[in-house]
Design a protein around this ligand. Structure first.
Ligand SMILES: [Zn+2]
Length: 99
């Protein structure tokens, strides 16, 4: 009897831990890719010229560095665009308008 209740308790605990893990995996939090300080400075200067905000600030607040639009995980077409956001801080439509 004692053994059964203990193993049930273990299973409940494990499923709680598992659920927490699942939730964390689903929550997308972009992380600015590391860049040399001089590159970061140059990018920030370009952003400022275009009326934008620094890349790192944009990514931390989940906005576009260029048009300041709010960013969501589903704002991007694919993983490549998502990765690109962590590099440039640009939203999907700003990425599409490159070139
Ligand atoms: Zn944008």
């Amino acid at each position: 009897m004692n053994f059964i209740s203990r193993s049930m308790c273990y299973r409940v605990t494990m499923s709680k831990i598992y659920n927490i893990h699942q939730r964390q995996d689903k929550e997308w939090k972009p992380k600015a890719s590391p860049k040399p300080p001089e590159v970061e400075k140059a990018l920030n200067a370009i952003s400022a010229l275009e009326g934008g905000i620094p890349r790192i600030e944009a990514i931390e607040t989940m906005r576009c560095a260029k048009c300041l639009d709010e960013i969501f995980e589903n704002s991007f077409r694919d993983q490549v665009s998502k990765d690109e956001y962590e590099i440039s801080g640009h939203c999907q439509s700003c990425q599409d308008n490159w070139g």
